[in-house]
Design a protein around this ligand. Structure first.
Ligand code: 4AD
Length: 456
């Protein structure tokens, strides 16, 4: 269907005086004695295009002015009030009628209400802005890594090994419940893969294999977590960016992560100016300034041990008590980034007991070369580490955890055949979008959120 994007009508002055055809959905309409006005939106911009209809013409208005109706409009582009382009309609074709029970009425709806209609909420200004930012950020991430000669790798979504080792995998099976099966081995032996399989929680292990061949790689795909964390920052299916770099140590990983965040934020501020103004106005006052400050300053860094001391000295009554060895909870992460550093901060060198088996063991025997990036308002958005490159040390860490070695035989091979210092991280894409938009619930930055008990 040949037509012009509404965004182009607003931005390209050469359309003035020309006859164009635009398509879109009616956002509002007003009917007066001699003229009617329709605000049309086609999703290409936050702005609605005003369509002016001379009622003495033979254009039928009955259906065309109803909220949510889809239209194809042809007419001349003229400069309206404040020189804003509008269209004097010459013909209007109703593409799809919309009855009055259409749930997106003119008033501003709450995000909670909009969550009850994932199939329609994309048609609101908020979701239009969120998904424009999301799309721009995704392109920027590719640009950042491609610009540094990283190879984009697609790691498998169905896997036989649990990367994080925390038992949070969704099972993949084609075999239904069968009470006659005697053991787990028998059950899985009859299954599609002849063994237990699940949806990947992270592409890291395969990413490491690729990095050991191509030097610098990144993945950008979905990861799945079956953890029953019903919080504003957890979903069961999230999008995960995971670079992995050979010949790299922890400071190199940190530098790459800081550069990436700054690059993406800059692109979004430059390419989504009206969307960011919208968020600044409606969701987080001072958002643009916050992001400009983020880009122009170095991120903070502190070790886990220093973070524990800061938390202990805080005098705060945290819900989860703080002791060296405890996992940092969101309230702790937010205190560190929001109240102590007041900016993004890398926390490094966590106790080995609370981190995954693959992290490089530090000489102190107690900590590993891990890094998390904490940001104000959200908490952790990145988790990464230098990897243990020594075969014996890695094997010992796996044995200490009682891990079965079979599914990791290939992974261990990497440490046998020309092992090198290497590392990488995982960025939760939705958490980055939350930080950049000021939207406080992860369910509102992914089109169809999957959470405990919800898969609409
Ligand atoms: O810290 P995580 O578990 O680290 C890994 O998976 C590593 N294998 C990454 C690597 O080194 N290649 O997860 C990384 C990030 C978190 O910081 C968070 O932003 C996001 O993934 N994440 C989630 N986002 C939304 N919902 C969930 N349930 C998430 N779990 C992790």
């Amino acid at each position: 269907m040949k037509h012009t994007d509404i965004k182009a009508v607003f931005e390209d002055k050469s359309f003035l005086g020309q006859t164009v055809t635009v398509c879109g959905w009616v956002r509002t309409s007003r009917d007066s004695k001699n003229v009617a006005f329709i605000e049309l939106n086609d999703g290409t911009t936050l702005k609605h295009l005003q369509i002016v209809i001379d009622k003495s013409s033979d254009i039928a208005l009955d259906e065309a002015i109803k909220l949510g109706t889809s239209l194809k409009v042809t007419g001349k582009v003229v400069a309206g009030r404040n020189d804003i382009p509008e269209i004097n309609a010459e013909s209007i074709e109703v593409l799809g009628v919309c009855p009055p029970e259409y749930p997106l009425q003119k008033k501003r709806h709450t995000l909670e209400f909009l969550r009850t209609m994932p199939h329609l909420r994309g048609r609101t200004n908020t979701f239009n802005a969120v998904f424009r930012v999301r799309s721009t950020a995704a392109a920027a991430l590719h640009e950042y890594f491609q610009g540094q000669n990283f190879v984009y790798v697609n790691t498998p979504l169905i896997t036989g090994s649990d990367c994080e080792g925390a038992g949070e995998m969704f099972q993949v099976t084609t075999v239904g419940y069968d009470p006659t099966v005697k053991s787990e081995e028998e059950y899985f032996a009859n299954d599609f893969f002849g063994q237990r399989a699940g949806l990947s929680v992270s592409g890291q292990l395969e990413g490491e294999m690729a990095a050991m061949a191509f030097g610098k790689i990144y993945t950008f795909g979905p990861s799945f977590r079956a953890e029953k964390s019903n919080t504003p920052r957890h979903v069961a299916e999230f999008w995960h960016i995971e670079p992995e770099v050979a010949f790299a140590e922890l400071p190199d990983v940190i530098e790459l992560a800081e550069g990436m965040i700054k690059f993406v934020v800059r692109k979004v501020l430059d390419n989504c100016a009206s969307e960011m103004q919208f968020f600044d106005q409606h969701f987080e006052k001072g958002l643009i300034e916050k992001l400009e400050t983020l880009i122009s300053h170095e991120f903070g860094t502190c070790t886990y041990t220093e973070a524990i001391e800061l938390l202990k000295k805080s005098g705060k009554d945290f819900q989860y008590p703080v002791e060296w060895g405890c996992d940092l909870q969101t309230e702790h992460e937010r205190y560190i980034s929001e109240e102590v550093f007041k900016k993004a901060v890398f926390v490094t060198d966590y106790p080995k007991e609370i981190k995954s088996f693959y992290m490089k063991q530090n000489p102190d025997g107690k900590t590993v070369a891990a890094v998390d990036l904490l940001v104000p308002g959200v908490g952790e958005i990145i988790g990464g580490s230098e990897r243990e490159a020594d075969y014996d040390k890695l094997l010992a860490a796996m044995n200490e955890r009682g891990m079965s070695l079979d599914p990791y035989a290939d992974y261990l091979d990497l440490r046998k055949f020309g092992s090198v210092p290497h590392g990488g991280f995982g960025l939760g894409f939705e958490r980055l979008i939350m930080y950049m938009t000021g939207i406080s619930n992860i369910r509102d930055v992914i089109f169809f959120p999957r959470t405990v008990g919800s898969i609409r």
